[in-house]
Design a protein around this ligand. Structure first.
Ligand SMILES: Cc1cc2nc3c(=O)[nH]c(=O)nc-3n(C[C@H](O)[C@H](O)[C@H](O)COP(=O)(O)OP(=O)(O)OC[C@H]3O[C@@H](n4cnc5c(N)ncnc54)[C@H](O)[C@@H]3O)c2cc1C
Length: 234
């Protein structure tokens, strides 16, 4: 990174160069968590994080003392398909969001195409399984592409006819990319990761969750280490 390069660290969870997670800003660290916990008995300090602090973080996580983890902020810029965003936005507590408006701006031609298609899981009605070789991948890719072309073409046609952006966007599919700033505190981020970096979560959303953990983890190394041990997370 050069001195003039101020672009935030960015990961591309879907591997298509379109979907991304950038770490925009963060506030606080592991020490802030132990200080928030110790203020109860006037024991907060400016001393560097030590073994006692690490033990305290472990204790707080294990006993679900959640509030000391709420004094930090992590802001991501997330560019994701609308179907992923619809899952992210369900996380209501300790999460702030601002999203691009299809009323203000014309939506960009950015479409997520799965690199490979999965099959419906036989037992879990929400889940998917890998293709066992019986799916016609080429046909699925063709149908997806045609649907996207038709939908985005219709959007552009409606705009050309003079239809307002807020109505024309109604023909756009869930694979369209949207972009938002999301700010979590550490408690809400860990809760999010537990639910969304989980085998029950949608694969694409899981990739976003992993990217967010990869960017946020080094900012709170002790908290993430202890949380991963506790939850048996990657
Ligand atoms: C695998 C998976 C499948 C899902 N499938 C569906 C689905 O089919 N349909 C669907 O609609 N949603 C679905 N969801 C979304 C899910 O129901 C939650 O809305 C989402 O995971 C956010 O979790 P949360 O409520 O714990 O998080 P947050 O909204 O961040 O809330 C955090 C915590 O605050 C407390 N809390 C928040 N709001 C309230 C409240 N109103 N009353 C009491 N306590 C509250 C709870 O303890 C909660 O765990 C799914 C989620 C997952 C992970």
């Amino acid at each position: 990174m050069t001195a003039t390069d101020v672009s935030p660290p960015t990961l591309f969870p879907l591997g298509d160069g379109l979907g991304s997670v950038s770490l925009v800003q963060s506030v606080g660290d592991d020490k802030m968590i132990t200080n928030a916990a110790r203020v109860s008995f006037g024991g907060d300090s400016n001393a560097p994080l030590n073994e006692r602090d690490e033990k305290l973080i472990r204790y707080l996580l294990r006993h679900q003392h959640g509030s000391p983890f709420e004094h930090n902020l992590i802001t991501f810029k997330i560019v994701c398909p609308i179907f992923v965003d619809r899952q992210l936005v369900r996380h209501r507590v300790g999460v702030s969001k601002n999203e691009i408006s299809g009323r203000y701006v014309e939506m960009q031609e950015r479409n997520f195409t799965p690199p490979s298609f999965r099959k419906q899981a036989p037992s879990n009605r929400q889940a998917s399984v890998e293709d066992d070789g019986t799916l016609d991948q080429a046909a699925a890719a063709r149908v997806w592409e045609e649907a996207w072309r038709q939908a985005f073409g219709a959007y552009q046609e409606l705009l050309a006819l003079g239809v307002t952006r807020e109505q024309a966007r109604g023909v756009l599919p869930l694979s369209l990319y949207t972009e938002s700033y999301y700010t979590f505190n550490v408690r809400s981020l860990l809760h999010f990761l537990e639910l969304r970096d989980h085998e029950g979560a949608q694969y694409e959303t899981r990739l976003y969750a992993r990217a967010m953990a990869e960017l946020a983890g080094p900012l709170f190394p002790v908290t993430f280490r202890e949380w991963r041990l506790l939850k048996n997370m990657r």
